[in-house]
Each structure stands twice: as structure tokens, then as C-alpha cells.
Design a protein around this ligand. Structure first.
Ligand SMILES: [Zn+2]
Length: 413
């Protein structure tokens, strides 16, 4: 049972990395990193390390529970029995597929629900981040569930129509359909989906808006409008980003960020975000992910048609939807090996965006902005190097600040 061995081994390796990271935090969590002396005190560092410990333990528990349930469902026969039950509901491939994947997606929602509640109402609450009420939490949950149900309905029914229509070339058609769907969602999300969760209003600080537009203009980016979102209704975490395809951008600032950072720091954070646009990180990542997706769907097409597939999970027979789900599960195991490469590329992009920002604003403003964001979001200042290499999409804030403060901060990448 090669697949079962991999299913036990790879998630266990991930869990081991999380445990190593938690142990590292226990031994080093009270050490003030070099360059942070006088910036954060022992009490603040204690809070940051305690938060990293709590979220790390919850992440480990959720990872272990989810993986154990998935392995039990696939290799314990539950998925096969569910598949046989669905086969009695209808003989139509599309109805079978929609029922199958709706059930699976609702199971995932159910598994993650208690962890989401502990995260919001225990951990985030304890550290003063949670501003969400029980009513708002359930309203968000219902909207999220409805949205994911619509997505599963659309993607599964259209995907299976393509499979029926072209049994030989569905892999390229499904890839194209997903591509169009993703671009459409990216285009409509700021106007249709985000307002379901956050209220966006034009920035009330005219001077700051003029500064942001001037900064963007100096790099050739035209800013349509600057908005603030009422993120503080739900959480105390801070953030800022650019949205919009094409040359005209909208800038979104969390109201929490406007409260905590001064003008120079906000501009420095946005200079970093501008770096991502100017260096085409978003389009490069998009092209790379689409190429990977095409490879993955072609691999899945070959795997799904392989007659030995049911024996991998000890089943006698698998329907097409079940074969797809086994292919997705195998893909998730492959991605365990691929993930560190993608994270390394993302960190490289972060270094490049920091370098870009250095040319636009005072590096010290970005450094102090990053420190404030780290303190405010209670970032882990002591991640284990192995954990950072595997999981972190950003370089550690300690390394970024050190490089911004050094005289020769440019990175040879
Ligand atoms: Zn960035």
C-alpha cells in the first residue's frame, strides 16, 4: 500500500516540523532578537511568543485531526461506502459528482469549524484580536458555506459536463474553464464578494490619499481610489494591499493599519506592495501556477484512467468522482514536496519588493512599519529555520529589519 505509506509519512513530516518549531519557540521565545533591543520589551515579546505558541498548537491539532480523518475515510472504507450510496441516488454522472463533492466539501467545513471557533473565541479573544461576535461569526460562516456550495456546484457540474463531452481532452478543457473562472472571480470579488464580509469606504484622510497617489505615480502606477475597510469589526490584525488587474489600481488599507502606523510607515508599506506590482510578481506567479495546474490536471487525467487506482486504497471499484477525489488527495501529498520550492520563490519576491521599496522611501520607515506590524499582529520572532523554509511565505521580520537597517541592504537576487 504505497499510497497509505506516503499518506502516513508526509503529513507526519509536516507535523514534525510544526513540533520542532514549537520546541524552538519554548527555548528561544524569551530572547530579544538583535536589532530589537529597546524596540520591544520582555512583556511584549512574552505576549508575541505566547500567541505564536497557542496558534502553533492549534494549527498542529487541526492538521493532525484533519489528516487522521481523511486517512480513515479513504483507507478505512467510509469513502467507498459513501461512493456506493451516491451511486444509488442517480445514474447521471453530473448529479453523482455534484452530490459526492458537495458532501466532501461540507465534511471539510465541519472538520474546520471547531478549530475556527477556538481560534476566534479562545485564542484571538485571549490576545485581544477578536472583535467578532457570535452572531457575526455565524453570519460569516453561513455566507462562506453558501459561497463554497455555489462554487462546488458550478465547478463540479461544468467540469463533469466537459468530461462527458470530451473523454480524451477534458483535462485541457477543464484547465481552461478553471482559468476563466479564476480570472472572473478575481475581477468580480472586490465588488461582489468582499462587500459580503467587509465594508469599504473611501479614505477619509485626503492628504494621505494624495501622498499615496503621488508615490504610486512616481513608479508609473495609476491609483483609481484609496479605500479603507472596517477590518476592526472582526479582528485587530493589520494589512494593506493593491487590487485590480491592468494599470489602474485600487488601494485597500485596513482601518487598523491607519490607526497604528504613521504616514511615512504607511507609505513605506505601500512602496513594498508597489514593488510586487512593478516587478510583476503577481503575473509571474499567476503564469507559474497555471502551468503547474495544467501539469497537475494532466497528471490527474492519466492517474484517473489508470486501472490500478482502486487497489491503491484497497477498494474493489471506484466511480469517476471518487477517482477524482483520490487524485486530489494524491496531489495534496505531492504538494507537500513542492510547497518548500513555492515558499522559497515567494520569499525571494518579498526580498525583491523590500529592495524596490528602499529606492522609493526611507528604509528605516519600512523597518519601523514592519516592526509595528509584527508587534501588532504578534508575529513569531523565533521561527525555527526549518519551519520558515517549509511554511513561511515571507522572510522573518527579524531578517528583513536587519537587512533594511544595514548600509548595503540590496540583495543579490
Ligand atoms: Zn510583500
Amino acid at each position: 500500500m504505497l499510497l497509505l505509506d506516503l499518506a502516513l509519512l508526509l503529513p507526519s513530516l509536516e507535523a514534525a516540523i510544526r513540533i520542532i518549531n514549537l520546541r524552538y519557540l519554548r527555548y528561544h521565545g524569551n530572547e530579544i532578537p538583535s536589532g530589537f533591543e529597546g524596540v520591544i520589551d520582555a512583556t511584549t515579546l512574552g505576549r508575541m511568543s505566547a500567541y505564536a505558541g497557542d496558534t502553533g498548537r492549534l494549527g498542529l491539532a487541526s492538521h493532525l485531526v484533519a489528516q487522521a480523518l481523511i486517512i480513515l475515510a479513504i483507507f478505512g472504507g467510509a469513502l467507498e461506502r459513501y461512493d456506493q450510496w451516491i451511486a444509488h441516488v442517480s445514474h447521471s454522472l453530473i448529479i453523482q459528482g455534484v452530490c459526492f463533492f458537495l458532501g466532501v466539501s461540507w465534511c471539510f467545513v465541519l472538520i474546520s469549524l471547531p478549530f475556527g471557533m477556538v481560534s476566534s473565541f479562545v485564542i484571538e479573544q485571549r490576545f485581544g484580536f477578536n472583535h467578532t461576535t457570535k452572531g457575526l461569526f455565524w453570519a460569516d460562516f453561513a455566507k462562506g458555506l453558501l459561497l463554497s456550495t455555489v462554487f462546488v456546484l458550478v465547478l463540479t457540474s461544468c467540469g463533469l459536463c466537459l468530461v462527458k463531452w470530451s473523454p480524451q481532452f477534458w483535462w485541457v478543457l477543464v484547465w481552461l474553464f478553471f482559468l476563466v473562472f479564476e480570472v472572473t472571480v478575481t475581477l468580480v470579488a472586490p465588488r461582489l464578494i468582499e462587500p459580503l464580509f467587509m465594508k469599504t469606504t473611501p479614505l477619509e484622510r485626503e492628504e494621505l490619499e494624495a501622498d499615496i497617489c503621488a508615490l504610486a505615480k512616481s513608479t508609473g502606477v495609476k491609483v483609481d481610489r484609496v479605500f479603507q475597510v472596517d477590518a476592526s469589526r472582526r479582528s485587530g490584525h493589520t494589512n494593506a494591499y493593491f487590487t485590480g488587474l491592468g494599470p489602474v489600481k485600487r488601494v485597500i488599507l485596513f482601518d487598523t493599519l491607519l490607526e497604528k502606523l504613521d504616514r511615512a510607515e504607511i507609505l513605506a508599506v505601500l512602496a513594498h506592495e508597489l514593488g510586487h506590482w512593478k516587478l510583476r510578481h503577481i503575473s509571474k506567479s499567476f503564469v507559474m501556477f497555471q502551468a503547474l495546474a495544467l501539469g497537475a490536471i494532466y497528471g490527474a487525467y492519466r492517474f484517473i484512467n489508470w486501472e490500478g487506482l482502486p487497489s491503491l486504497i484497497g477498494a474493489a471499484h471506484c466511480s469517476f468522482p471518487m477517482r477524482v477525489s483520490i487524485a486530489m488527495f494524491t496531489g495534496s501529498l505531492v504538494s507537500v514536496c513542492l510547497s518548500p520550492c513555492l515558499k522559497a520563490l515567494s520569499r525571494r519576491h518579498e526580498w525583491q519588493a523590500d529592495n524596490f521599496a528602499r529606492g522609493l522611501v526611507e528604509p528605516s520607515a519600512l523597518a519601523s512599519g514592519l516592526i509595528k506590524l509584527a508587534v501588532d499582529n504578534l508575529a513569531n520572532l523565533h521561527p525555527h529555520p526549518l519551519y520558515s523554509a517549509y511554511y513561511a511565505s515571507h522572510p522573518t521580520v527579524v531578517a528583513r529589519v536587519a537587512r533594511l537597517r544595514s548600509h548595503d541592504g540590496t540583495v543579490g537576487i
